[in-house]
Design a protein around this ligand. Structure first.
Ligand code: CP3
Length: 354
């Protein structure tokens, strides 16, 4: 495999010195890019795009052709695992993801198997291999998965939800069934991420989008506990380099110290926590990724640059920061504003690394 030409992202995740702050954007491949909408139109639906390794590779590379980003992220979705477990994932226009066969009781949870990544999820591994080949070592490739708790919310609710009442009912009325589901998911996620690493992913990230809807006690028992199990089972070295793992609990700012204790290399932070405060909470034990509100990209470029300056100052001098949005980029954002955002990080961050 070719050596990396730009390893700023990997070095920052390990808190090693870099000459500037690296940047990538959550959901950097997606509907805000006209070239994505074009490919998507020809592929048919979103899952057809995910299941075609050549097209998944093409849309992964699109944002890198436009912008000087420091990492590529596999084009796929967190819901590939429940789909492979047989729940029947589909996307209804404007309504987000749905499952034909949600799991809501012990009997249906007992029937779930752990998917074999090279069989049922072989299309994801093929996409990883194709992207690694086509990147030619330009920047590292990030693999990812959802957290067990976040996957469980979609699997039990049958889709997106506002108040999480069905999944919380299962959690409080039958905690043993919930733990069995989370155990199977932790096993599936660890196996899946290790297969992505074996296929060529150079870093991995676990998205715990819905951990923040739990109480502190329930977060530890039903979300963090299972992410910790996964972290302890991950392959941490490939091709003679450490494979860093990033955990991201949206709304989890208060729990960063507990998250750092899992052994993860880095934590994602959303915009509701100042990066300076976050850094104090983790005592520089891990790197931090974040944390601009994606809605700032609606502002004119001067205001975007101002926000970038505020975030860089909040993290302060030194290494261990990966610039990102605090959540995915919105589909209505002007790509030129995304470009201005990335340019501002290139321009203003070197001063913090001297
Ligand atoms: O960051 C990237 O560029 C990589 C691709 C990526 C997607 N989904 C592509 C996608 C990643 C990392 C994800 C993760 C994901 N998927 C999460 C965790 C991160 C987060 O945003 O909190 C979650 C919760 C999902 C589940 C999911 N998938 C939802 C809720 C939706 C609908 C959202 C919407 O905007 O319609 C999806 C679909 C999805 N996943 C799209 C993309 C580009 C939009 C599909 C399309 O219409 O083209």
């Amino acid at each position: 495999m070719s050596t990396l030409q730009n390893d700023l992202y990997l070095r920052a995740l390990l808190r090693e010195p870099t000459e500037r702050t690296p940047i990538w954007m959550m959901r950097q491949a997606g509907r805000y890019l006209p070239e994505y909408r074009e490919v998507r139109k020809h592929a048919g639906d979103f899952m057809a795009l995910c299941k075609n390794p050549e097209l998944a590779c093409e849309v992964t590379l699109q944002p890198l052709r436009r912008f000087p980003l420091d990492a590529a992220i596999l084009f796929s979705d967190i819901l590939t695992i429940p789909d492979a477990m047989g729940l029947g994932l589909y996307f209804e226009a404007g309504e987000g993801p749905k499952f034909e066969r949600p799991v809501r009781d012990l009997a249906s949870i007992q029937k779930l198997g752990v998917p074999d990544p090279e069989q049922e999820l072989g299309y994801v591994m093929d996409a990883v291999r194709t992207i690694r080949r086509e990147l030619h070592g330009k920047v590292p490739l990030i693999g990812f998965s959802g957290s067990p708790w976040t996957l469980a919310t979609y699997m039990v609710e049958g889709g997106s939800t506002k108040n999480f009442s069905v999944v919380k009912k299962l959690m409080f009325a039958d905690p043993q069934a919930m733990h069995l589901l989370l155990d199977k998911l932790a096993d599936s996620v660890a196996t899946y991420l290790n297969a992505q690493i074996a296929a060529g992913a150079q870093a991995v990230m676990i998205f715990d989008t819905w951990g923040g809807v739990l109480s502190p006690r329930d977060y530890r028992e039903f979300s963090l506990n299972y992410m910790q199990k996964i972290v302890s089972r991950l392959t941490r070295e490939a091709d003679g380099r450490r494979v860093p793992v990033t955990l991201f609990t949206k709304g989890g700012g208060a729990w960063l110290a507990d998250m750092a204790a899992t052994g993860a290399d880095a934590l994602g932070v959303d915009w509701t926590t100042d990066l300076g405060v976050a850094r104090q909470r983790v005592q520089d034990k891990v790197a931090l990724q974040g944390n601009m509100d994606p809605s700032v990209l609606y502002a004119p470029p001067a205001r975007i640059e101002d926000e970038v300056a505020t975030i860089l100052a909040s993290y302060g001098q030194g290494h261990g920061h990966v610039f990102n949005l605090g959540h995915g980029i919105h589909p209505e954002v002007d790509p030129d504003h995304a470009g201005a955002f990335i340019e501002a990080v290139h321009k203003l961050s070197p001063a913090y690394h001297r």
